[in-house]
Design a protein around this ligand. Sequence first.
Ligand code: CP
Length: 301
Amino acid sequence: IISIKDFNKVQLEQIFASTDKIMKLSPIERREICKGNGLGYLFYEPSTRTRLSFDAAMASVGGNSLGISDISSSSTKKGESLADTVRIMSNYSDVLVLRHPLDGSSRFAAEVSSKPVINAGSGTEEHPTQAIQDLFTIRKEKKKIDGLKIGIIGDLKYGRTVYSLLHGLGNYDVDVHLISPESLRIRSDSIYEIKKKLSFTESTKIEDYIDDLDVLYVTRIQKERFPDEEEYLKVKGSYVVGLDLLQKMKDDSIILHPLPRLDEISTDVDNTKNAKYFEQAEYGKHTRAALLGLILNENGF
Ligand code: CP
């Protein structure tokens, strides 16, 4: 699983159906799905949710996991290449999960790995399993994806979850509104490709759309990806979703966030019925369990 662009609507719906199925199984039934299989993870960037949810997902389907989450404690520190590290890890596992700061890293890893590779975040380009989790959350919480009005706000330049989500949404009939500071608009090199599948508007003002949205997907400004801290400071805190903004939204609208959150959603929103970002993180475990089950069982489960 390298890119969400490799999935069509039928395949996405199959993954969602498998996730629904897995959520209904008893713990004993789940443990049969990947019994005895091993997951190897390599995280060259920090992670809480993605790594732990893969760990939890693999355990829930009866497998085990091992890996490196502090790359500075690995032989990478001595100069070992990504290719060699991937080759070694693929000898110790049945499926490999990779997060790496470079665009194209997972595709490269898949070429040298003897086992399937799952992209757990590559540079600013892709985070496909996050998009699957995001689409599943929308479908679960809104009972559909087609026909929805979806706002995506924040760092649209560096946020890789945004690119994967937009390509995933391109399989559905949705109205998308992108809201960001001028300097964090979606990258021009990606616009053409996204526009082939999806039409969207762009604005700097959340007020332009807020009362019409079914889903508001909030993203963190990705400080670590700015080449210049001065530029980050100019846009830091550009948007904060608080109770005042929530009051302007439709009663049944939902707020999502891939997390981690800094200050872009105030904590007093957390206990409202519209806040679904913690459920979204929980669904990540189930969607990843379904993906592992589909990858490791040739004939499904
Ligand atoms: N959403 C997400 O990728 O979170 P982590 O960076 O904590 O894995």
